[in-house]
Design a protein around this ligand. Sequence first.
Ligand code: BGC
Length: 269
Amino acid sequence: MEKRKLEGQVAIITGSSSGIGAGCAKEMARAGAAVIVNYPVPQAQAMAEQVAADIIAEGNKAVAYKCDVSKEDEVIAMFKFAEDQFGRVDILVNNAGLQKDAKFTEMTLDQWNFVIGVNLTGQFLCAREAIRIFMKKGVDGVSKAAGKIICMSSVHEVIPWAGHANYAASKGGVMLMMKTIAQEYAPHRIRINSIAPGAIATPINKDAWDTAEHLQQLLKLIPEKRIGQVEDVAKAAVFLASDDADYINGTTLFVDGGMTLYPGFEDNG
Ligand code: BGC
């Protein structure tokens, strides 16, 4: 049998008790990676343990681990746990993210800080820890790279989004953080890229697709005329983490059914 694309590698997927993160955890495990299924709060523990159990039932390796990615000490502890548990870390999927939507003039500082704290500071803390470990390990033949990071961004790293200034700012921030650290660490054979999902059917955007009427509205924004599924993103994440993507560094891969193609102009504007 051909060697699986991520065989022998260890992946930390933040925010993987549900949604895109859970999909990435399962798909990376199918590609041979041992996976840390990270979840943020005790209420998500059962879901994370179920994701890990599903992975183990398929004959692969996973363990659930609680860590709030916006807390420095917890992030450091999570990376240590991963090394103790599986002996190495090769891949970080910087996925944990949330929305706290409000009109800008009504947005509280707490709403602003919460979203920036998880979506942007969380990605900083996890990427910094991952890179420290990748630098110590170097290239050891398990992969062509010393390590790979995939930052989960959004189409809203380029599409402004009224009513979601905190979220759009966090994703715009992720875009330039990703490119900057890709430039800084490419000489060390570390690859850092982003995926920018469009509308993927997950709990975060349930309101946008849970009724026929809402879905019809949403589909006007998507040239492919279908909502995305977590597998659409998860398969792209496996590709970016694999040696097939060895010459891809500092780029954002849009997985959005064409949402960023100005669908308003479909009909001649
Ligand atoms: C948001 C979703 C939204 C999608 C497209 C994502 O980043 O989290 O709520 O449906 O962008 O607008």
